[in-house]
Design a protein around this ligand. Structure first.
Ligand code: UDP
Length: 480
């Protein structure tokens, strides 16, 4: 930050709602996250020391973005950065429009009315008036606050738009509306390259996969006996096999398809139980509509149980569910990343998941469980795993190892700080990256690689290596 360090500095400010987070120490991640990542992260933070960073999103709880910020913001502070997390505010009509934009970007054909667009702009303008200045970087998460930049102006800050949803095949009318607000951003971040929408107006696009915090209450080690007590207390039968899906009640997560798959699997495993654990997010008004549909479809079946954050199912309960379930199901149809996959695998629990968005990257090369494309396949794979506990345990072990290598929070922060250094003009980082998925790799690890014109390319998995060969070089996918 050569250009900002010596300038007289005004305290950065906004009058938006600040989200309080606890204190964290990066030192706690030694022996948990890979050492090469922690060392590079420290180096990248050093190059930005003192930088004032505003993280902006729409909700302090519920969903993956708030998970990432709650853990990431205090760690960045521990690394010497001056980071604040603020949320925009809006009423229910605004969040209905932003959910419609979210749905449209994921391909929903429903279009926005002129009233919808006016409501989005009016609330964005009110929030833009509250956006103070003095920041070196403003990182805007998802479509809800995206219009604040053109409505407020860039000031001296570098602006990054971080898109967490699956936007590769958007409803073009919705995309055209949002696109107009993005032109002045300095960089944009997507979880996968294929999520970049058509005719994207920002030149610098980075691919950064999210990650989980292994030391958050949701993911930290929990004794089996304690986990059992937690689930027993809320009414789970500990003597019967359990399938669980943990997600917002959102049509893209296909909770109704989950019930169909469960019912098919139960024909083979009669004592099987299903838990649908869902949170209500402030910015997701569709949640209650879907909750009612799920209740209706479950039709009073005592072996299908619905749990929400509003009835006391919080991080520790989710931890216990992900740890003790025989199989974690995530039957998504569209999925930006799906933190719940890494959360379950981190606990060694096998996963059956929709082949959607960021899920296959987490389960590359068949690690962690099975990818499925239909209700029937989901049911078959659940039954297969229930009948073969040794295979289930082995898949869970391999899934845990993949998460440990690639999907823990310090790696995400490293990728993000590399981008901020780059757009600040501090030059590129000296790290090894997978050219397909952008993950930072261990230079000393034995990983899939190819030689290309005397240049060695290294990949996180054979899946990424194959994709590189087919897409970049036009060669047929060779088996490893
Ligand atoms: N989550 C939770 N309680 C619930 C449902 C979800 O804590 O009842 C958490 C879940 O553990 C994960 C996040 O919400 O950390 C969801 O993130 P993901 O990326 O899977 O999906 P998103 O909601 O962002 O689409």
């Amino acid at each position: 930050m050569a250009n900002t360090r010596n300038a007289p500095r005004r305290a950065p400010s906004t009058r938006l709602q600040a989200v309080e987070v606890g204190e964290r120490s990066l030192a706690a991640y030694f022996n948990v996250a890979p050492t090469h990542i922690l060392e590079s992260l420290d180096h990248e933070a050093e190059r930005l020391r003192g930088a004032r960073i505003l993280q902006l999103n729409a909700t302090p709880y519920g969903g993956g973005v708030s998970e990432l910020l709650r853990s990431g913001v205090p760690l960045l502070r521990d690394l010497g950065l001056d980071v604040e997390w603020h949320v925009i505010t809006g009423d229910e009509p605004f969040f209905r429009v932003t959910k419609a934009i979210h749905n449209g970007l994921q391909g929903d054909p429903q279009t926005l009315s002129d009233e919808d667009k006016a409501a989005y702009l009016a609330t964005s303008a009110r929030n833009a008036d509250l956006l103070g200045d003095g920041w070196d970087f403003v990182v805007v998460h998802d479509p809800q606050p995206a219009a604040l930049l053109p409505l407020y102006g860039k000031g001296d800050a570098k602006w990054v738009w971080r898109c967490h949803i699956e936007t590769g095949t958007p409803n073009l009318e919705t995309w055209e509306f949002l696109r107009g607000f993005l032109c002045d951003y300095d960089a944009a971040v997507f979880t996968l390259r294929e999520f970049v929408p058509p005719d994207f107006p920002v030149a610098r696009v980075a691919t950064i996969a999210p990650a989980i915090d292994p030391l958050s209450p949701k993911n930290l080690p929990l004794a089996r006996i304690t986990a059992k007590q937690v689930l027993d207390w809320i009414g789970v039968d500990l003597d019967a096999p359990l399938v669980t899906q943990v997600s917002r009640f959102d049509p893209w997560k296909d909770p109704l398809g989950v019930i169909d798959a469960y019912r098919l699997a139960r024909e083979e495993v009669p004592d099987l139980q299903l838990a649908l654990v869902g949170s209500m997010a402030l910015d997701d008004p569709e949640g209650w509509d879907l909750y009612r549909q799920i209740q209706e479809k479950a039709g009073g079946d005592a072996r299908i149980k619905l749990f929400t954050n509003l009835t006391g199912v919080g991080n520790i309960e989710v931890n216990a569910f992900q740890r003790l379930s025989s199989v974690v199901l995530q039957k998504s149809i569209r999925e930006g990343f799906g933190l719940v996959i890494s959360e379950a695998l981190w606990k060694g629990t096998p996963v059956v998941a929709g082949r959607a968005g960021g899920i296959p990257l987490q389960m590359a090369d068949g690690t962690g469980g099975a990818l499925v494309d239909s209700v029937e396949e989901a049911a078959d794979e659940i039954v297969r795993l229930l009948r073969d506990p040794d295979r289930a345990a082995e898949l869970g072990r391999r899934g845990h190892a993949r998460v440990a290598d690639h999907f823990l929070l310090p790696r995400l922060l490293l990728n993000e700080l590399m981008l901020l250094n780059e757009i600040a003009g501090n030059g590129p980082a000296d790290v090894l990256q997978d050219p397909v998925c952008g993950l930072v790799l261990d230079p000393d690890a034995d990983l899939p690689a190819i030689e290309e014109h005397g240049h060695r390319r290294v990949f996180c998995s054979d899946d990424c290596r194959r994709r590189f060969l087919t897409e970049q070089l036009g060669e047929p996918a060779a088996e490893p």
